[in-house]
Design a binder for this molecule. Structure first.
Ligand code: FMN
Length: 304
């Protein structure tokens, strides 16, 4: 928790911070806002953001994210003032990239993407995500080798009918399902990786960002995936192609050796692996979508 400081000289007692606080951690005392140090306060900073006279500060949190590849606009985009057409166009134009140029992505750009990731919401404002940047193709290949070892072993187990039977007896058919759905295509991808140097895992990406989170945070998976989506959209605007690599996430989750190698500690889980690089392909039109079916519910409240 980061304590809130209120400059009593500046405070006009308007009470905006009192009203906005989700935990009543601020009260008006003698016409001035006063912060009651409360365990529940999760340092969301709404009190600071809403103050008309800038009387609220929070030491230890930074307002300037110090991007190095672009200048951030100052101020807020107030509701109703952004261009929804541009936003939606950006969202629809992002595609998973599976063809990259060999060109390196600068570390500055990758670090800026991580900072952009941290602008996402997080459960109880825990911001407990962590990011691991792999800035070189060699790093990607090493992670690819570890992933290939994992699936080679899994394929070996899945081919074993007795093992599949025993797993089924113990209450699940995960190995059988894997065998039926993935074994053959994974075997072929492994053969291509080993014999032809063909990369059907990262698709030739030159960099990657791994998004992890503290397992004991309130919503670590959601936090990490929201940060991930920010990164995917920003990467597109910054000229990069990106692709989520679920196969690596799955391998890392089940293999502590891979986690150790990637620098995760025991309290940390992997939630996404984002392959990145300059695209070697240009799409001419956005993705079509399945027709949307939203259920609309209207009912009368049965309590008064
Ligand atoms: C959780 C998740 C895991 C994914 N894993 C992979 C993957 O391992 N390899 C891959 O090529 N694409 C992967 N993708 C990309 C999806 O295939 C892609 O998002 C989907 O086909 C829609 O295409 P689009 O992203 O171009 O709109 C993954 C996407 C998600 C959301």
């Amino acid at each position: 928790m980061v304590p809130v400081n209120i400059d009593k000289e500046l405070c006009t007692g308007c009470g905006f911070c009192v009203d906005i606080c989700p935990y009543k951690a601020i009260q008006l005392v003698g016409g001035k806002a006063e912060y009651m140090l409360m365990e529940d306060c999760f340092s969301c900073g709404h009190c600071q953001a809403v103050c008309p006279v800038d009387a609220v500060s929070m030491d230890g949190l930074v307002s300037d994210l110090s991007f190095s590849t672009f200048s951030e606009l100052q101020g807020m985009v107030q509701p109703g003032t952004g261009k929804v057409s541009e936003l939606v166009s950006l969202m629809r134009s992002r595609r998973s990239c599976r063809r990259y140029q060999a060109k390196t992505v600068s570390l500055n750009l990758l670090e800026d993407l991580v900072k952009i990731g941290t602008t996402a919401p997080s459960g109880t404002n825990s911001q407990s995500w962590r990011f691991i940047i792999l800035p070189e193709r060699d790093n990607i290949l090493m992670l690819g080798d570890l992933t290939a070892d994992y699936y080679r072993n899994l394929n070996r187990q899945a081919r074993n009918g007795i093992l599949r039977f025993l797993v089924k007896l113990s209450g699940g058919d995960s190995l059988g399902k894997y065998y039926r759905r993935y074994h053959d295509s994974v075997a072929e991808a492994l053969r291509e990786w080993d014999e032809e140097g063909r990369d059907r895992l990262f698709h030739g990406a030159v960099a990657a960002i791994l998004v992890t989170g503290r397992k004991d945070a309130s919503c670590p998976a959601e936090d990490a995936l929201l940060a991930t989506q920010n990164i995917l959209l920003a990467a597109h605007v910054m000229g990069l192609g990106s692709c989520l690599i679920g196969f690596v996430v799955e391998a890392m989750r089940r293999n502590s050796g891979m986690k150790n190698k990637m620098g995760l500690d025991a309290g940390e889980e992997i939630y996404s692996v984002i392959a990145l690089g300059y695209p070697d392909i240009k799409y001419q039109r956005p993705a079509n979508r399945k027709p949307v079916m939203a259920k609309i519910l209207r009912f009368k409240r049965d309590r008064v």
